[in-house]
Design a protein. Sequence first.
Lengths: 336, 543
Amino acid sequence: MSFQPVKFYQTGTFTVGNRLLAPEERSVQASGKRFNSINSGHRACQGCGEALGARYAIDAAMEATQGQLICANATGCLEVFSTPYPETSWQIPWIHSLFGNTAAVATGVAAALKIKQKKNPRAQEIRVIAQGGDGGTTDIGFGCLSGMFERNDDVLYICYDNGGYMNTGVQRSSATPPAARTATTMAVGPEPGNVFGQGKFVPAIAMAHEIPYVATATVADLRDLEAKVRRAMEFRGARYIHILVPCPLGWGTYSSETIKMARLAKETGIFPVFEAEHGEIKSALAIRRQLPVEDYLKPQKRYAHLFGKQPNVAVIAKLQALADRNIRKYKLLEGV
Amino acid sequence: MTMMDKPFAITLDPGSSLANRTGSWRTYKPIYLDRLPPCNATCPAGENIQGWLFHAESGDYEAAWRSLTENNPLPAIMGRVCYHPCEGACNRQHVDSAVGINSIERFLGDEAIKRNWQFVKPATQSGKRVLVVGAGPSGLSAAYHLARLGHTVEIQEAGPFAGGMMRFGIPKYRLPREVIEAEVQRIVNLGVTITLNTKVSNIEASMQAGKFDAAFLAVGAHIGKRAYIPAGTAAKVVDAISVLRSMEGEEKPMLGRRVVVYGGGNTAIDVARSVKRMGAEPIIVYRRTRDKAPAHDFEIEEALQEGVMVKWLSTIKQAEEGEITIEKMALDDKGFPQPTGEFETLAADSVVLALGQDVDLGLLDGVPGLDVKDGTVQVGPNMMTGHAGIFAGGDMVPSERTVTVGVGHGKKAARHIDAWLKGETYAPPPKHEVAAFEKLNTWYYSEAPHVVRPTLDILRRQSTFEEVVGGLDESNALFEARRCLSCGNCFECDNCYGVCPDNAVIKLGPGKRFSFNYDYCKGCGVCVAECPCGAIKMVPEEN
Ligand SMILES: Cc1cc2nc3c(=O)[nH]c(=O)nc-3n(C[C@H](O)[C@H](O)[C@H](O)COP(=O)(O)OP(=O)(O)OC[C@H]3O[C@@H](n4cnc5c(N)ncnc54)[C@H](O)[C@@H]3O)c2cc1C
Ligand SMILES: Cc1ncc(C[n+]2csc(CCOP(=O)(O)OP(=O)(O)O)c2C)c(N)n1
Ligand code: SF4
Ligand code: SF4
Ligand code: SF4
Ligand SMILES: [Mg+2]
């Protein structure tokens, strides 16, 4: 039976750890000594994808920089649930900014650190991350972000995309997907929910800036997410990671299904997971078991209007077409 | 620090969110549990399959073998002849195909023989003496477990070798005799006495003579059932069990070239395949169809591959010297075979009847309290017969007749005998709920096709008694073991620890699994949903 790969580890690297792997081959999250950058006691909802995604990403960055990290944080759920003054869940140097200027604050921090480094070249180097929600990133913070990109400032910007302004009660953002119901895109009228043909996909815009590194990830693929953060820290200049983080409150899903929803987004092709360097796609995470978009839409109350007595086949078909386009465009069936 | 010492606009020290016990939000809480894997639930010998596979997965074959033999002392035998109902229940069949539990069991059994692993002797002796009658699988299993519990055990066996039907029924090409000998010898090394060529003809007398405190009977079922077939005086009609038994001796049976085997069970198949190997041309005659035959389909398939002929839907009407007459049957709408009045003659030098076996209950004559029904001895849930202190198991009690069931009976009886000797009753621990497939999250398991065992080439299968089915080697046994999903039992994948948005899972270190920090667990259930093997569940919080 020599055709069998001798190394087969029961779950491979799909699980967080795996006792059959050497410790150095396990994820950062598997370690009993992980940083827990964002600690227990935060006020995120039960099953919050953003709280989870932030810990995944920042723990990986802490690991990659041996803890030499400063983080600037936009207003949004992540900031509000973690840091109601004077209490914080962050166990890293962390600075609060406004809703729209995080990229600029991080640029400033990076510039200050550069000067300090010049003055004391033997000091250990400190890296900078900016992070915010999709509203803070794709809408109000977009000018500062684009500036940070085009100046190629030495900052990794992480966007936690939950598809809306969740902190203020689930309003539409330019990252809200079409047909989704939000407080400002109600499920009423001839075209219920968010309209088709609007919004933007910031990873593609980031690529258009030809910055050194752009990647997307989800909380369902921890190994992939950690590898991307690690890779991002190998570059200098502006870097961007866009992480899909399901929101049980805003999406109307069970708190237990947060990771499952992210997995379905990836497996249906609704959310393409890929990475790009200097404006060119370098890899895509292949779909493992392709599923129709219904499987992703149905468990979410924000799409409930598509599945009334008569399923809205026309709109479902349009969403399927978007997924199919992603699959074609990013070669999600073969992976690159 | 006074307010004056703080930086501009700062009035309070930064506090940690740990002060905020979010556990109070919870209405449901996750708890760890061990669910019963379906393989374990199905194994007639009560093996903890998931438990020993866990060790095999990490390449610790000795620990795996030791865990396996907690329940079954005969893994090299089981790994060859067990019909592995466990694999029929294995959850992995719903992913791709069942884990090859039986092939890994055989690998462990063979590894133990190769490396001469021995059983650990009990620390203390009870001073009690138990007589086991019959050295078949059931008797051997009972003796092994009783010896491990510290009792002095003697097996009295009528035949010249230990093994029972494993030796005198199951052919060599399925179970090499060295394998039986090695596993029996290991039980002897543990301290069990086996007295061969000693037929017990009166159980009470034998118990008295040897001052035994209890007895376990496992005499099997050895008397071939006869069917009335009108036969000429010169016709040669013999029973399958005596044919198979004589294969073991010096004088091979004289059956001629054309051998008709009558019956559709595993015994019929074994006889036909055996005589094929001796150069004869066997034809099986069976009154129903292939799918209705009691023989396992894989055995029928192997026989057909080797050139055994089968007449389905046929009964023998008459046997004469050199030929038999068979009648064609047809199944009625209830699936029963009915005669059609259509006849055929077949050349036949001999007819071998493989129609099942009866139990020889001679040794129980005159024992008070016994309950014998349909030729088998009735036992209670504790395997005790109606006569206090006499227990029984295996083929002689009503049950499915397999090696594995016999081994299971032996273990169960040993536990009850042990309790009975102490004046106690044995209460088995409560069974965990079954880890049904729906409890698993199979996303996390890597794709891995089943490893198929090698088989001997067809020419050698037709002419020699060499073993037909080969074993796995180290690398593919390891691979196969790692296909196990660890249903219902934590295998320390760290998923719960990783996926909790609230860091509310505490990692206790290798082998120690995890616990929950209920001060902060909000009860979201993500850990439950993402545990691959179903080892966590949500339960309502008491107010
Ligand atoms: C041809 C054939 C093939 C089979 N193949 C398989 C198989 O592949 N897999 C499987 O699981 N099962 C198989 N079976 C069934 C299996 O062999 C039996 O179910 C099993 O051996 C029963 O075990 P036992 O311990 O109850 O009895 P046995 O194995 O029959 O052992 C009973 C022992 O008691 C001894 N004995 C009997 N009377 C006395 C006495 N008065 N005093 C002292 N000793 C006595 C006998 O000599 C014998 O050694 C097969 C059976 C046959 C006939
Ligand atoms: C300039 C400004 N406008 C509005 C707000 C109110 N506000 C706080 S958080 C938030 C929404 C945040 O949405 P997003 O960035 O997507 O983060 P999420 O809460 O969804 O994680 C808004 C509108 C603000 N803090 N500042
Ligand atoms: S996958 Fe493993 S634990 Fe589950 S039924 Fe199969 S062998 Fe048993
Ligand atoms: S994931 Fe964490 S918070 Fe959610 S139920 Fe499990 S332990 Fe509790
Ligand atoms: S998620 Fe993994 S580590 Fe946690 S209980 Fe399940 S098997 Fe064990
Ligand atoms: Mg948002």
